[in-house]
Unconditional design. Sequence first.
Lengths: 170, 340
Amino acid sequence: MATSVEAEFTAFVESRSHVLIKAAYSLTGSQHAAEDLLQNALTKTFLHWRRIEGSPDAYARKVMYHDFVSSWRRLRKLRELSFDQVPEHSLEPGAELVPLQMLLRDALLSLPARQRAVLVLRYFEDLSVEETAAAIGSPKGTVVSLASRGLAKLRELVPEFGASYEGVGA
Amino acid sequence: VSVREEELLRQTIASMTSGVRGMDGLAANAIVRGRRIRRRQRAIVAAGLMLVMVLTSAVLWPFTGGSNQMADAPQVDQNIQLDLPGSWRTEAAPGKATASFGDRTLTAPAGSIESASGDYVMVATPGQDGFNLTITPVSGGAGKTTKVPGAEAFQWAPAQNQILATLSTVDEQKGFAIIDAPTGEWKTYLPVAVPTAFCGECKFTWHRDGRQAALWQAADFTNADGSFSGRGSTYLYSTTTGQLNRTLPGQINVTGPYSWSPDGSQAISQHGSTSFAIEVETGELIRQLPGAAWYVAADYVLVLRNLEGKQAALYMRVSDGQLIETKELGDSRDIILTPG
């Protein structure tokens, strides 16, 4: 019979896992690596459940981002991208961007772990610079620098992405 | 970061995660693992206490590594066909060694390749001085074996029953031979004017017009960071005289006749896991493509994207980059392009 802690934790996972697995995937670019990353983060979240102050969702994410950055050497082996599900038909609005997104995705997943984590936190999780700094445990200046270097690398690897930068302006 | 750039980045990350599969048993696994870790921690603490208190024994709770659920591999239809304009189509072809062109599919053994007409099959085998080439009529009859000294690579013409062979001498002179399949006769053009300063692997490939050979150049094509450099040039030779016909601005890493658009105004330069559609007269980049690519019709390309050993065929329009259709092709090594 599940205890109240286990029941609370189970309810939390059921309500948030679909979002958390996406966050994990955006970091790793691999289904299996994302599953491992999330599973480990949830295990740590369960272990500290009673002591978590504030949102368990934020706690799980913080663990996930921290684990991802710190275990980058291990995850590099899994850096090859999966392309399990490509859109069958893409004649919807914005479909012309899909190939560019593929190139950008490859480039994004080729970035060093911290640069990628910062870009994902800023443009997927919609975190501010301060929140991103707290999530990865680095100063704000480091976050700004990592984001800047990550974006510059993306522009180099995908000229069309950089063209949008030159055309519209910073 | 510009507004469009930020929007594009958001869309990319969002699209990355759109195909993510959910996981069953996440909470249960976390709880089981958590309990295990707690037991281990308690056992370690207990053992330490017992050692400190000089107890006689300690019992460590046995534990094993956590289970790791493996997602099921996606089921792939091995008979996928992708309809393309002009009756082109693609087929996943497990076990086949090369691409083939023709109005019918020939089950060719590994290492062989069918002519565009479907009338002949060639098999190249290593010899003492380059490869020996055996050309066999599909209709039956004995094959002819041709020994072309210094031959390194062979490629069927886009229409006629001719083979282009790249030649190389011990002192690194380069040239090519044109082999006539019905007769087995061949004519060499060696050496030809090759810009060795820019020459990478120096393999000659057919132009789409079937009358010219292009020099396959790989060196100095990209910058150190992998971006498109546009440097260098591409050389086109007459396959009837061996003379240099013209030089195109920009190195275009063409791999065969279908690297060229039907009118020859555009060409695809392949580089690693990406490729570039290029305006041949100016050398300007038209579009970066997310995989190896070939023209299947004017302005339309087939892009093969290979990730984790799985292939996906993307049917794209070059002018605006629109993705028309995609097919997952599984782990087949080669794709057959079949003009109807």
